[in-house]
Design a protein around this ligand. Structure first.
Ligand SMILES: [Zn+2]
Length: 406
């Protein structure tokens, strides 16, 4: 694929496509069509996801309505209680949550939610945006299963940061949340394409194609999908000893639901995978290309030596990337996740600003060719150079990432 083809794929699919939506399905079909156009058959692999349609979401503070969006999959409730702003997670602040609707000055995460449950909160209010950008939209959030764990569902709403500031500065005393929604089981999907090699030993490539609720998800992550299509096109006519599996993941933004589904559905073939190469956010006009390796430290050195040999810059470090590589690393498969980290003042993800305008065809092609050079080494190495292990320090990070420890 040339740089025009890569940008065309991105522009054609730059629309909101949240996990489980008809738009996400349309993008999966577009990927399958793109593979067909280069002469290959890709398959759609559906999996179930929690879905919800909100009927009513209302927040009142001291009787006045505050603009909000209700948390999806958080049940239906009406709760009326004193409002409490949780400034910090020290024991004294947490103890004051009991019987209150708790205002958070940011997003909700697993640790905070579990603290709210433990300390008897009745509901929560999170926020997004920036008080200096008052016109930005309120984000649609969901109460994820991983956040709830075995606990009960608390009613929650999300508001703009400017509203949170107004509640605290105005000394709001009480809050009422009315949340009514219909919850059901829906369907998302991965798109899978395999190029068999001489050996069943497999290199897996992952890139997610869904977006968040506010974002066209051009940079995050049609860019990674475009690079993956380029790799498919390159390897179609390029020899590869190992089998290559290309997985376009759905519902990544809903906490890696597609890659987690693949790990479950293909448990019998995981033993053949020797490496996952994950692609998430590439081709940005600004920012530096780099690698995060959930693997032995020697892999970080290997990539740096490889970059020197190629004459390119690939700063690398060990770590768990919050992306589709994580479920594979969690099953003991070493992963290398390539990303171009753009400074947030040039390209922000998960907002209305993530559009094709932050990307360049030249940069996409340059990033794709570096990934291809690395993948070619991995696909054709006589003896596979990367140990198939995930070291203890990474396993501890994975435990934390998957909320098994704090
Ligand atoms: Zn992403």
């Amino acid at each position: 694929m040339n740089k025009q083809n890569l940008m065309q794929f991105i522009c054609d699919n730059a629309y909101i496509r949240t996990g489980g939506s008809p738009e996400e399905r349309a993008c999966a079909d577009a990927i399958i069509a793109q593979c067909a156009a280069i002469g290959l058959t890709a398959h759609r692999e559906p999996f179930t996801v929690d879905m919800a349609t909100i009927r009513t979401a209302r927040l009142e503070a001291d009787g006045r309505t505050v603009p909000c969006l209700g948390y999806l999959c958080a049940g239906s409730h009406t709760v009326d209680a004193p409002l409490y702003y949780l400034r910090s997670s020290d024991p004294a602040s947490l103890a004051a949550c009991r019987g209150k609707i708790v205002l958070l000055d940011g997003a909700l995460n697993h640790a905070t939610y579990q603290n709210l449950l433990r300390h008897g909160a009745l509901g929560f209010i999170s926020c997004n945006g920036d008080v200096h950008r008052p016109d930005e939209a309120i984000d649609q959030r969901e109460l994820r299963r991983i956040v709830v764990g075995d606990g009960e569902k608390l009613p929650g709403v999300n508001i703009h940061a400017k509203s949170a500031l107004a509640l605290v500065s105005g000394g709001a005393k009480t809050a009422k949340i009315i949340l009514e929604q219909e919850e059901y089981t829906g369907e998302s999907q991965n798109v899978l394409l395999e190029l068999p090699g001489e050996s069943p030993e497999t290199i897996l490539f992952t890139a997610h194609y869904d977006s968040t609720a506010l974002s066209q998800g051009a940079y995050d992550n049609l860019s990674g999908c475009a690079v993956m299509l380029h790799l498919i096109d390159r390897f179609r006519t390029h020899p590869h000893r190992r089998t290559l599996r290309f997985l376009f993941c759905g519902s990544e933004e809903r906490f890696l639901l597609g890659s987690q589904a693949h790990v479950q559905m293909h448990a019998d073939t995981l033993a053949q995978i020797v490496l996952d190469i994950n692609l998430d956010m590439l081709g940005c006009i600004m920012g530096a290309f780099g690698a995060r390796c959930c693997a032995e430290p020697s892999v970080v050195s290997y990539i740096e030596f490889f970059a020197a040999e190629l004459g390119v810059s690939i700063p690398s470090r060990q770590g768990v990337h919050s992306s589709d590589s994580a479920p594979f690393a969690d099953r003991g498969i070493p992963t290398v996740s390539f990303a171009c980290g753009a400074p947030a003042n040039f390209a922000t993800i998960h907002t209305i600003h993530d559009t094709p305008a932050v990307l360049s065809g030249d940069q996409l092609l340059a990033d794709a060719e570096v990934v291809f050079a690395f993948a070619d080494r991995m696909a054709n190495a006589v003896n596979f150079p990367i140990p198939r292990t995930v070291p203890d320090n990474m396993r501890r990070e994975l435990d934390k990432y998957f909320c098994r420890t704090n």
